[in-house]
Design a protein around this ligand. Sequence first.
Ligand code: FAD
Length: 448
Amino acid sequence: MNNRELETYDVVGVGFGPSNLSLAIALDEYRALGAEQEVSRLFLERQSAFGWHRNMLLPSATMQISFLKDLVTFRNPASSFSFIAFLHASGRLPQFVNNQDFFPTRQEFHQYLEWAQARVADRVSYGSRVTAVRLPEGADPEQADRLLVEVADPAGRGDRVIQARNVVISTGLAPSMPEGTTSDERVWHSSEFLDKFRRADPRELNRVAVVGAGQSAAEIIRFLYDELPHAQVYGIIPSYGYSIADDTPFANQVFDPGAVDDYYYGTEQAREAFWRYHRNTNYSVVDGDVIRDLYRRCYDDEVHGVRRMEFLNLTRVAGVKRAGAETRVLLQAGPDAEVRELDVDALVCATGYQAMEPTGLLGDLERHCVRDGAGRYRVERDYRLVTNPDLRCGIYLQGGTEHSHGLSSSLLSNIAVRSGEIADSIIARRAEHGADHAVLAEVGGDLR
Ligand SMILES: Cc1cc2nc3c(=O)[nH]c(=O)nc-3n(C[C@H](O)[C@H](O)[C@H](O)COP(=O)(O)OP(=O)(O)OC[C@H]3O[C@@H](n4cnc5c(N)ncnc54)[C@H](O)[C@@H]3O)c2cc1C
């Protein structure tokens, strides 16, 4: 097939989690405002249906941001896609308000995301895994105004190629396991937790261990302790105890939309200070409520003379060995310390994630992307990768911009505003290339 006959879109979104869902809504709302030239768009998602960290939708787990930091409100408080609009549509608004809680459960937030995605689902192709983004064969980057997006169907219904004038990559975080450890039927990463837990026979889970000192680790320990009343639950933590997540108002300002400018335009020293002083707003920390909830359980056990939850602190996993049906975890309290062994029926590695890294998708296009002195992508304020000036297509990132845009890059806090900024940028740049300037300026001004 000739390239010109391929499906062509102004915007192709790679991945359809909350970030690109928020962008899909922003583009819809621009259109509703009457932009004469609609931005054609398609979002590609490898999962067969919408799902946001499904394997961590533990019953009592709550959001770590206010419900007002939803898909739209900070960009367009009048949007019909807000969490409040969802509550209204679900007939639960008065009850939610009576509850006096800024932090809904993750299960309820997932319902909200599903409700929102259903309203833009005609723009989404599920079961579509993007394998590469590239220039057309033999294309001169100076002339090429389209990228080719290669798509595989995990269900095996055939691969396809789509043309895009802009791609917005939002493939999310990549699970990270302790060194030398791989996941299998008894060793699980937290991102696969509920699925693997449900597939296991609870009667065979008598000794379970959870590695990590962050929010997911603490939530999983609490869940296992409650769901497996017969089991011994170990927490393997590198620290002495859990550290609390700082969500106090001044610290929370690091997630404000304005903080992105302070970070982006700040000095190297300022950026370093963001991380040094405010890492504990999100990384390797646990909500105070969850910490207290766990400690309460430990204390109640002591009162009753049992010790069902045990913390192996200042300890790291040095490896995992199979021992018959059991999993033997090698533990070390320091680089020179003796290695101890712990036999478990399941080991859950709540050992976090690595930032989004688009290099694998970009393949040869990489040559056209500019990197900074530390080898990181240079990214414009509008989240567009800095490319050689002649490459006319836009490659935007939602995620993977911690080094350029700061702490909220992989979080939900700023997705509404970020999506608006990306939509503005795509529309404005298209206008520069010949579209109607007047209409676009009017649309851009209203929704930001
Ligand atoms: C358990 C958990 C709880 C969290 N809770 C919060 C919270 O309360 N508040 C907060 O601010 N942040 C939270 N986070 C951070 C999290 O990164 C964001 O919530 C959010 O998921 C970011 O959305 P996203 O769309 O950028 O990425 P994701 O939600 O990860 O979505 C990326 C999507 O891309 C798809 N994809 C990946 N590769 C491809 C490909 N090659 N082709 C097609 N599709 C692909 C994936 O299947 C996925 O659906 C949490 C993270 C976890 C793990």
